[in-house]
Design a protein around this ligand. Sequence first.
Ligand code: GLN
Length: 472
Amino acid sequence: MNVVEIVTQVRAGERSAVSVTEESLGRIASHDGEIHAFLDVQADRALARAAAVDRTVAAGSDPGPLAGVPIALKDNLCQRGEVTSCASKILAGWRPPYDATVVSRLEAAGAIVVGKTNMDEFAMGSSTENSAFGPTRNPRNTSRVPGGSSGGSAAAVAASMVPLSLGSDTGGSIRQPAALCGVVGVKPTYGLVSRYGLIAFASSLDQIGPFASSVADAAWLLEVIAGHDARDTTSLVMDAPSLVDHLDDGVAGLRVGLCTDLLEGCAPDVTAKVRSAAEALSAAGATVTEIAIPELRYGLSAYYLLAPAEASSNLARYDGVRYGNRVDAEDVAAMNTATRTQGFGDEVKRRIMLGTYALSAGYYDAYYGQAQRVRTLIINAFASAYESVDLLLGATTPTTAFEIGAKVGDPMSMYLSDVCTIPTNLAGHPALSVPFGTGDDGMPIGVQLLGPALSEERLFRAASVLEAGAGS
Ligand code: GLN
């Protein structure tokens, strides 16, 4: 069932929010044993809130634009009084004293939070296998990964357990799992969605964004969560963009650049789909040209200095005193060490060490400083590309979903899963992944649309065209 149908029926009193929520909880109960998309299901709380929405409808008041729509939240989004663990042992059982702004906005809009989803620990990973609480499985083939780090949120939508979910995208963690699970995933412009209450990974890159099974549903959700928030100093001072009203405006006259550097190293079945997406846009009236942006190939290396550097600073707060769990020892230094040694998983430790090294005196300029210069190079390269095209088109991921276990022992091959998504984060631009058929193995393929800052309306229009033209 899609979001518009749910909202229309609930608002008209034709269907109760309680029955919609029961249906979602029922699907979670029957499917999540196998998929493990959820770390926590909030059945009682969700049903109580759904009943409140139904009372609002019965009283003739406005229940909001997402009335009765079940939604799942990535477990790095703070929810007052509900466990928010970031899939880490160090935060296991932690209950935040406040709601993230996105959570308050969703609830004010009448959405029903049904639970928290599994993820790579602290959002570091591309397969959800770095969760301290066990991996999530891809609903399209349970021997495959769902992608990551927002794998639980992608899988929850792909398995129709919820129509909507939220994830976070620092280097691809919304778009990559969306592509691998066959759903729509959007990374908005940096600053468009408040990060107040998002547990920080790499603050200059992190953005919250939607997962949905259709472009329209994703647009509906983004309109609710976007817009200025004084509690996030990086929040843009503007209203939410109007997306839903423009979904059918088409792409006639739009200049689309098929970015050959966003096909580098991609499997032939993925490349073929991106090329047929280009044809679909061209058939709908867009002017498609090939464009090379060779600077993008440096994105991955720059990201793996900048993101760990920021993470090493952000994660210093988990010291056994200020946040999270403590492992006692004879003095404070030993307590800090024991807490962090037992609390963090291997990938998180790897990032903290890499980041600390990149920031250390003597190496700062060679690593962190150089990566910042590369970031500027990429920003400038995008800027000059967007002088001649309105949007870029490329692959979201180099391959379809890989087998569980295939890359856990090889960090570099795991990191390469995000080679096509990372450049956008470095630039702060929006991008989305829309399903476009399947690969040779029958697994979903997503194609990626990228645009300059605040080009969401254009991206959604083009995504609608691709959604309508997606083959198998
Ligand atoms: N997979 C990338 C990483 O491990 C991106 C993660 C993300 O976007 N949160 O850092």
